[in-house]
Design a protein around this ligand. Structure first.
Ligand SMILES: Cc1ncc(COP(=O)(O)O)c(C=O)c1O
Length: 428
């Protein structure tokens, strides 16, 4: 790791522990050292040296109500006093059952069977497993392939990597180790729809499901598509009788403007995955929710037809309590109106980028604002410039994006968009 400029100014725990860390998505030899964070509040990250950064990322898109929301904190504290965790095999508890009931009520159609786990990638693994076993249980065990899309990112575990775009993503080195699926163009136009239909017609006997991030492919570059694409996928999945999985780990809970992205398209998938903002960014929790049709394929006197999965920390009681509190906040506070206001402000605030020479595209969907460049020569330098501007913005690939908390005050959002315009103008 590149040496910290002034390690002496760092807190003692930093110097003592840093050489034992292995950082995410980082070449350890050259990566900039991570910034020590002392605390968070609202849309702000307070560093150990006292600097406050306005957060443009909301901790990988989770902290939708801002940091340290007192209502969620109190719910976690109450639950902590009663029972932080109990295993979910043979036992259950009120926070999990309440959350399952509420998710089923919020989700469209009959997405009513909730399987809890503890991360987005694992929720995807479970969705893939459910889909493949759905067919096994009906005597069609050869249907083990998935249709996924170029630009997709579904997580870092083996199954999730295999349905991500290995070529454009960061897992190309694993191509030979992972099962091969059909990674094709999203059906944005007639030709792409025809190509997908041709694939389904030819290979349906091998295909378990189509898996897609609805409305926006997140980590793959914040690439948007419109609701028509999702309606096409639903129609094709119905026509060829394959399952449809929506990965709403990023888009779920208001990020794109509706509570779930699928609602904007009026489409109900057969399986949906949720995580990230589920607990308002406080604790690790994810859910894979299936329709009655999927669940029915597992309902049997035959033990072999059961879904054999059960992560140790599934349905952690603290996390479920946090998620219930987060849903209360969505019900009580005008989150979706805040998202709409953020969209409007980001649209105007990022507009000056449109005229900059290296900018290819500026786009906004809900509380996602993106400036796409032809390329970013030095991501590390750009990230450092944002810190100098007093904001935490973490460009990836060739995009600079903002995914702030929905509660961010207008002046802080203005500081974020202003910093993006300034840094992009200066560095590009
Ligand atoms: C759409 C999508 N699916 C899955 C994941 C993986 O989630 P996790 O990082 O919790 O494993 C992510 C994470 O960014 C994501 O954006």
């Amino acid at each position: 790791m590149a040496k910290q400029k002034a390690r002496g100014e760092m807190p003692g725990w930093y110097g003592a522990g840093i050489d034992h860390l292995w950082l995410p998505y980082a070449q350890m030899k050259t990566a900039a050292p991570p910034l020590p964070v002392e605390r968070t509040h609202g849309s702000r990250i307070v560093l150990a040296d006292g600097r406050e950064l306005i957060d443009g990322v909301a901790s990988w898109w989770t902290a939708c109500h801002g940091y340290n929301h007192p209502y969620i904190r109190q719910a976690i504290e109450r639950q902590l006093a009663i029972m932080p965790h109990v295993m979910f095999g043979g036992l259950t508890h009120e926070p999990a059952l309440t959350l399952a009931r509420r998710l089923a009520a919020l989700l469209p159609g009959d997405l009513t069977r909730v399987f809890f786990c503890d991360s987005g990638s694992v929720a995807i693994e479970i969705a893939l497993k459910m889909a493949a076993q759905y067919w096994v249980n009906q005597g069609a065990g050869g249907r083990t392939k998935f249709v996924a899309f170029k630009g997709a990112y579904h997580g870092d575990t083996a199954g999730a990597m295999a349905v991500s775009d290995l070529d454009s993503g960061m897992h190309a080195a694993f191509a030979g180790l992972l099962p091969e699926h059909f990674v094709v163009d999203l059906p944005r136009d007639e030709a792409q729809s025809a190509a997908l239909e041709h694939l389904l017609a030819e290979r349906v006997d091998a295909i378990a499901a189509i898996v897609v991030e609805p409305l926006v492919q997140g980590a793959g570059g914040m690439i948007l598509h419109d609701a028509t694409v999702l309606r096409r996928l639903r129609a094709l999945a119905d026509k060829y009788d394959v399952l449809l999985i929506f990965d709403e780990i990023f888009t779920g809970f208001g990020r794109t403007g509706t509570m779930f992205a699928c609602q904007a398209a009026g489409v109900t998938p057969d399986i949906i995955t949720l995580s990230k903002a589920l607990t308002g960014g406080t604790l690790a929790l994810a859910a894979t929710v299936a329709t009655q049709k999927v669940f029915d394929a597992f309902w049997s006197d035959d033990p072999d037809k059961a879904l054999m999965h059960g992560p140790t920390f599934m349905a952690n009681a603290l996390a479920c309590a946090a998620a219930n509190a987060s849903l209360d906040l969505f019900a009580r506070e005008p989150r979706l109106a805040q998202v709409a206001a953020i969209a409007g402000q980001m649209h105007d605030g990022l507009a000056p980028c449109r005229d900059l020479p290296r900018v290819k595209n500026v786009r906004v969907l809900g509380a996602i604002g993106v400036v796409e460049l032809d390329h970013i020569a030095d991501l590390g330098a750009m990230r450092a410039r944002f810190i100098e501007e007093g904001v935490f913005v973490r460009p990836i690939g060739n995009i600079v994006y903002l995914t702030p908390a929905f509660t961010i005050p207008a002046d802080e959002l203005a500081a974020l968009t202003g910093a993006v315009v300034k840094v992009v103008r200066d560095l590009c």
